[in-house]
Design a protein around this ligand. Structure first.
Ligand SMILES: Cc1ncc(COP(=O)(O)O)c(C=O)c1O
Length: 415
């Protein structure tokens, strides 16, 4: 990690945190085993600036669903680049992508594009408020950095404190709290925005169905944040997988195989409200990312990518479960196959946390990049999963030993 460490010293003099994305900050406990800078990626593999190779299960925090440098996607981008990136009027490929999205995403009569997950969640909140003429929102889960989301840390994060009055938090999965808040604020609420599931252990869909039922009953809009679930759990995302209908939904990460594009979609009567107020930005019609999204969705449709992702995810989950069993560790594979994890669940919570921490340190040492959730891409083939499992087994064995020797020195902290 010599180059990583040297480059980091320089970088933090010019870039706060040394990165644009807080989740990509180096974690101190993984010093000298977790790379700080990546040079390149291909398929499901990454190479850091010291030349170390990793089988990657982080997928750039989720967007790289097909694999790094996926030829068909990059060729589509190169072809579009010859025509131009952004024009003085709309490009016809915008409609091509809109048709594809509306074809595969449930309840998407119309859609519009943006760049990030935060963008599209904010657009949906604006539509909901404008359409209903109400000012309050309820929310469950992480939705990005905008003011309406970040009230919990206000005012130290620059978000005015008065905004707390307009945003109420429902702890994800708490049906009772949701009902209480909806009853209390009822006619002030424009929408409830929620992630469909929290990438944790409750994969039942009970909570999101409960929110749908309540919002219908009280005449409140339901906005789904499908930034992580969209085009990942299924081609039609969580709306398809959990069979839940949203009024509006936002998609980003898995849409364009890493190119910056997001989309907000919804029922016609809500989307047509965009004719009544101003919501606009210059770069949303940037054609390279749109070309990447068209290629990505076409590959997903043509090759049944999701079946492969689920199969590989199941192979990984079964393997992780077996590895833990071989070492007599009380643990089970949890989550859904496109994003699973090994949940160590002895009665000693502190031990579980420490062992997980040591295991991840040893995973980096083995050349497996996995940060709590293991995302699967189309480029993870059986041999990659099997190789990762072998390394994971060695890492877990060493982690058990390390936990015994070094336990007093650490306090798990994932940022
Ligand atoms: C569920 C969810 N919503 C919203 C966002 C924010 O997306 P972005 O970082 O592209 O703004 C994220 C990012 O991780 C997310 O996981």
């Amino acid at each position: 990690m010599k180059n990583s460490n040297l480059h980091y010293q320089k970088t933090v003099t010019r870039i706060p945190w040394g990165t644009q994305t807080n989740a990509k900050r180096p974690i101190p406990f993984f010093e000298n085993v977790m790379p700080k800078f990546i040079e390149r990626g291909k398929g499901c593999r990454l190479w850091d600036i010291d030349g170390n190779e990793f089988i990657d299960f982080r997928l750039s925090l989720g967007p790289v669903t097909l694999g790094y440098c996926y030829d068909e996607v990059d060729d589509a981008v190169r072809k579009q680049m010859e025509k131009g990136v952004l024009f003085s009027m709309a490009s016809p490929i915008e409609y091509k992508l809109a048709e594809l999205i509306c074809d595969v995403v449930p309840n998407a009569d119309m859609c519009r594009f943006m760049k990030t997950g935060e963008d599209v969640n904010s657009c949906n909140i604006r539509i909901a408020r404008a359409y209903t003429g109400r000012d309050m929102i309820l929310m469950s889960g992480y939705h990005g950095y905008p003011d309406w989301f970040a009230t919990e840390d206000s005012p130290k994060n620059g978000v005015p404190e008065f905004m707390k009055e307009y945003v109420k938090i429902i702890p994800w999965g708490d049906c009772e709290a949701a009902e209480k808040l909806i009853k209390k604020y009822n006619e002030r609420i424009a929408c409830v925005i929620s992630i469909p599931y929290d990438f944790n252990e409750d994969t039942s869909g009970t909570y999101i169905h409960h929110l749908r039922k309540l919002t219908k009953e009280y005449g409140i809009m339901l906005v789904l944040d499908e930034i992580l679930t969209g085009f990942r759990l299924a081609l039609g995302g969580a709306q398809e997988y959990f069979k839940v209908d949203a009024d509006l939904a936002g998609y980003a990460k898995a849409l364009a195989n890493g190119y910056p594009l997001s989309t907000y979609v919804g029922k016609r009567e809500y989307m047509e409200h965009l004719y009544k107020f101003k919501m606009t930005t210059t770069y949303a019609g940037e054609t390279l990312s749109i070309a990447a999204a068209i290629a990505t969705l076409n590959i997903m449709k043509r090759e049944n990518v999701h079946k492969h992702i689920w199969n590989m995810g199941e192979r990984l989950m079964n393997g992780l479960q077996e590895i833990a069993g071989d070492l007599s560790i009380e643990a089970h594979a949890a989550g859904l196959p496109p994003a699973s994890f090994l949940k160590i669940d002895t009665p000693d919570q502190k031990y579980n946390e420490r062992l997980e921490y040591f295991w991840h340190r040893e995973l980096y040492r083995e050349g497996v990049f996995a940060n709590q959730r293991w995302f699967i891409s189309y480029s993870h083939k059986e041999k990659d999963i099997d190789e990762a499992l072998e390394k994971a087994s060695a890492a877990l064995r060493r982690a058990v030993e390390a936990e015994q020797k070094e336990r007093s020195n650490i306090q798990p902290f994932w940022w």
